[in-house]
Write a protein that binds this ligand. Structure first.
Ligand SMILES: [Zn+2]
Length: 61
């Protein structure tokens, strides 16, 4: 499942989100970063960082 951990962008933050699709993770991650770290609007660099930080982990069985 794709997930985003805010600490993977280098921030000391415990926010994590997981969703069915990468787009859903991106939306939630962006909303969090904008509200908590960027005063409402993320720069293109920040958006790139978020995309890089999204991991797609498949359940191990
Ligand atoms: Zn955060």
């Amino acid at each position: 499942m794709p997930n985003f951990k805010c600490r993977n962008t280098g921030k000391k933050c415990r926010f994590e989100v997981e969703a069915d699709t990468e787009d859903q993770v991106m939306t939630a991650a962006l909303e969090h970063v904008e509200n908590e770290h960027e005063n409402g609007s993320a720069s293109p660099e920040t958006i790139k960082e978020i995309r890089k930080a999204i991991r797609n982990e498949r359940p191990q069985r």
